[in-house]
Ligand binder design. Structure first.
Ligand code: ATP
Length: 333
């Protein structure tokens, strides 16, 4: 079990008014964040929002210019050593040794962290087994896929059984299957009571893993809460493809009436999209019946959670910030 030396009721992560500048860039502008012990917090935001900087401050890798942050009950500036002993960090770039096996990577890390030889071996085997890497344990890391390296890196951050784990965009650039494997690993970790702060550009990732989501933009948290509440506060994206471009206007009228939103039309693709007003429920059969009644032939109709762009549009009225994060298409799913 992870170390539980955090006093009952004290959050695992408590951040108040953090500021950090890099020259002219104001990366953090008064960041506030509270993560209760044993929960997974998804820090969601587009490129440049300040997610990595927040994690680096919390992991004691850079000092803030102003504000306070406590991790596992200790101040990240005044008690940096105590914080370091209680955290794990894994990120976008797997920091594992290529020329040795997965098992040796974990064994050596264990030794580095002052485990005895037998204990280091035991811990390595236990982690490889638990996180489904046993089969690859004796292969050189050089032969691992990107997803396996990332998982080994994640597992390596658990050698010391830290009560608080930072995962900085753990699945960016991975294929869907590897993303799924990482998600399983994070879920497994969370089930053991580890507090996880996970940064991501993917709403679906935060949605699947996090107890709470904090949406960051330009160095601040602009909205936070459980995923369901956050999404409900934004609405559901409704999309319709019509057979005839001439029907777009009529279809837009139906969509506006049902959703309480303003549909945007793409005449070339003959598609319409709109996010429902908060709290408004729309069912697919009802939508299709209403389109039918209005004489619109729909080729396709779908309801899905809002994309990151939708979230940003709803929260800031400015989707441009999110657009940088959604260049891969996958990011908006
Ligand atoms: P990404 O999703 O791209 O990782 P992010 O939300 O993690 O983005 P940060 O990496 O924290 O964002 O960057 C926030 C801002 O601070 C950006 O404008 C970035 O260019 C800038 N920045 C971060 N680190 C440094 C640094 N060491 N020197 C100069 N500028 C920096």
């Amino acid at each position: 079990m992870p170390m539980r030396d955090t006093a009952r009721g004290t959050p695992a992560i408590a951040v108040e008014g953090l500021h950090k500048r890099f020259g002219a860039t104001h990366a953090l502008r008064g960041l506030d964040l509270t993560v209760p012990v044993g929960t997974v917090c998804g820090l969601l935001g587009p490129n440049g929002a300040g997610k990595t900087t927040a994690v680096r401050v919390l992991a004691t890798l850079v000092a803030p210019d102003a504000g306070h942050a406590r991790v596992a009950g200790f101040d990240v500036v005044r008690e940096a050593d105590a914080v370091r002993r209680r955290i794990g960090l894994a990120g976008q770039h797997a920091a594992v040794e290529e020329g040795i096996t997965g098992r040796d990577n974990l064994y050596l890390l264990g030794r580095l962290h002052h485990l005895g030889s037998a204990a280091a071996r035991r811990r390595a085997d236990e982690l490889l087994e638990r996180f489904d890497l046993a089969e690859a344990a004796h292969r050189l890391v050089r032969t691992y896929s990107g997803g396996m390296r990332r998982r080994l890196d994640l597992v390596a951050s658990l050698i010391t059984q830290p009560p608080v784990l930072f995962l900085d965009e753990p699945t960016t650039g991975l294929d869907p299957r590897s993303r799924g494997d990482i998600w399983d690993t994070v879920r497994e970790l969370a089930a053991t009571g580890t507090t996880v702060l996970l940064t991501t550009q993917y709403l679906d990732e935060a949605d699947r893993l996090a107890d709470d989501i904090a949406v960051m933009d330009r160095g601040q948290v602009i909205a936070s809460g459980p995923p369901e509440r956050l999404k409900a506060s934004i609405g559901i994206r409704v999309e319709v493809a019509v057979r005839d471009a001439a029907h777009l206007g009529t279809a837009a009228g139906v969509l506006a009436r049902l959703t309480g939103g303003e549909p945007a039309a793409d005449p070339v693709a003959r598609r319409l999209g709109v996010v429902t007003a908060p709290g408004r429920t729309v069912s697919l059969p009802h939508l299709v019946r209403e389109l039918d009644a209005a004489g619109v032939v729909a080729l396709d109709a779908s309801l899905r959670p809002p994309s990151l762009d939708d979230v940003f549009l709803a929260l800031t009225g400015d989707g441009a910030a999110a657009r940088t994060a959604t260049t891969s298409g996958e990011a908006v799913r």
